[in-house]
Design a binder for this molecule. Structure first.
Ligand code: ZN
Ligand code: ZN
Length: 425
């Protein structure tokens, strides 16, 4: 199935993952099987597959599901977003960007736009699409055959569809080809990059395997060899998924389990000399700035004692959808450790002096760049190590230090080595 042009190679997979916020190291040698697994997990996270089909058996038989109430606008039901995106979209509108982005780092955002496009056109009664680019060497034809509804509040629309990859013969034009295929049917043309099409095809292929052969929607004569699949609304990956997917427990480069740490800085692990050499260009700056540093284990809390205990502080970070954030607000418990999106990898931790400094009640506010947590470090509980931190921050309002999560409420931090350059966030 599928022409060669539509296959996802290594670089494609890494680019798509990066566009979803999953960044594997440059030069990674992660085996192809594991890379594919990660891509599948990422796409499933984005379509919240396990949440949406919760309690249903795979293979799925949609013919037993309720149909989508066509009086309810699909576009609204399909829209997912988080504060970071809302902000980016507002910026784009302000700059009146008229064209969809073709930048590779926007691949996943654009794939989501394509699905929004399906929804908006379905709302107007158009069900047939062709995904193409200006070269028109290969296109994807898609017809939405049914729309089902799963779950309650919010109901999630499930678009069941027939699709096919078509490599255009050189002696014909897309227009002629589609004319022969669809006759008078109105076809909505959606321009996409090649990589966006590959990403959508990956999603179709994943879901196609999950459909029961008992589900047999009516096919047009020209659709006998089309594949059956479905799509769910796509959202940005939440913190839990980002944490899982960005975490590589083994060698930084190839993912092998048996590793030893870089002896200079202790912040990365490799399986051997080859992988270490392959990563050196990337790693050397950090390594040199950390060499010979002392690491201290420090304990943090989710509240400073200055906060009234009844006041719950919830950070809505940039990557959680509003839906997730709402759930977190309801469930927030200060005894539960904050999520760990860094695994055992080193990351930059920002230390900020809090405004109220009173002797033993002195505390610093700590967070990471992604704002996946915002926690307090209280002098009262950690006097000795706190003194190291105070020494480092003297005369400043904030500092950045390399850190690793070593426990539910513990970081290991290198105070006596500053990063080569202060980041700005
Ligand atoms: Zn390795
Ligand atoms: Zn190192």
């Amino acid at each position: 199935m599928g022409s060669e042009a539509s296959d996802i190679d290594r670089e494609d997979a890494l680019t798509i993952l990066a566009s979803m916020g999953v960044k594997l190291p440059k030069g990674t040698k992660i085996p192809a099987v594991d890379l594919d697994k990660r891509l599948v997990q990422a796409l499933d996270g984005a379509q919240q597959f396990s949440d949406v089909v919760a309690g249903l058996k795979v293979p799925l038989n949609p013919s037993k599901w309720p149909k989508w109430d066509s009086s309810k606008p699909l576009l609204e039901a399909v829209s997912r977003g988080n504060p970071a995106e809302a902000f980016a979209n507002a910026m784009n509108k302000a700059h009146r960007r008229p064209e969809p982005s073709t930048a590779k780092e926007d691949t996943f955002v654009e794939v989501r736009q394509i699905l929004l496009g399906f929804s908006a056109h379905c709302d107007q009664g158009h069900k047939t699409f062709v995904l193409r680019d200006s070269r028109e060497e290969w296109v994807v034809v898609v017809r939405i055959v049914d729309i089902f509804s799963l779950g309650e509040e919010p109901e999630v629309p499930v678009f069941s569809l027939l699709y096919r990859v078509i490599t255009l013969p050189s002696n014909t034009t897309l227009q002629d080809y589609l004319g022969a295929l669809f006759g008078m049917t109105a076809v909505v043309s959606i321009s996409t990059t090649e990589l966006e099409r590959k990403c959508i095809l990956k999603l179709f292929a994943m879901n196609s395997k999950r459909i029961s052969p008992e589900y047999k929607p009516r096919r047009e004569k020209t659709e006998s060899s089309h594949r059956l699949s479905f799509v769910l609304p796509l959202g940005p990956l939440g913190m839990r998924d980002l944490g899982k997917l960005n975490n590589s427990p083994g060698c930084e480069i190839c993912g092998k389990r048996d590793t030893s740490k870089c002896t200079q800085c202790l912040t990365v692990s490799y399986c051997g000399k080859d992988c270490q050499r392959a990563d050196w260009q990337e790693h050397k700056k950090r390594c040199r700035s950390l060499k010979g540093g002392t690491w201290h284990t420090m304990t943090f809390s989710r509240t400073s004692e200055l906060t009234a205990p009844s006041v719950y502080r919830v950070i809505i970070n940039r990557y959680d959808s509003l839906h997730d954030a709402k759930q977190r607000i309801e469930k927030e418990d200060l005894n539960v450790p904050p999520p760990n999106i860094h695994g055992d990898k080193a990351f930059l931790l920002k230390f900020q002096i809090s405004l109220n400094q009173f002797g033993d009640d002195t505390a610093m506010l700590l967070y990471d760049r992604q704002k996946s947590f915002q926690v307090y470090w209280r002098k009262r509980e950690d006097r000795e190590v706190f003194a190291e931190g105070e020494k480092a921050i003297t005369g400043k309002v904030r500092i950045y230090r390399w850190a690793r999560r070593v426990g539910d409420f513990q970081f290991s931090v290198c105070f006596d080595r500053a990063p080569e350059k202060d980041p700005v966030w």
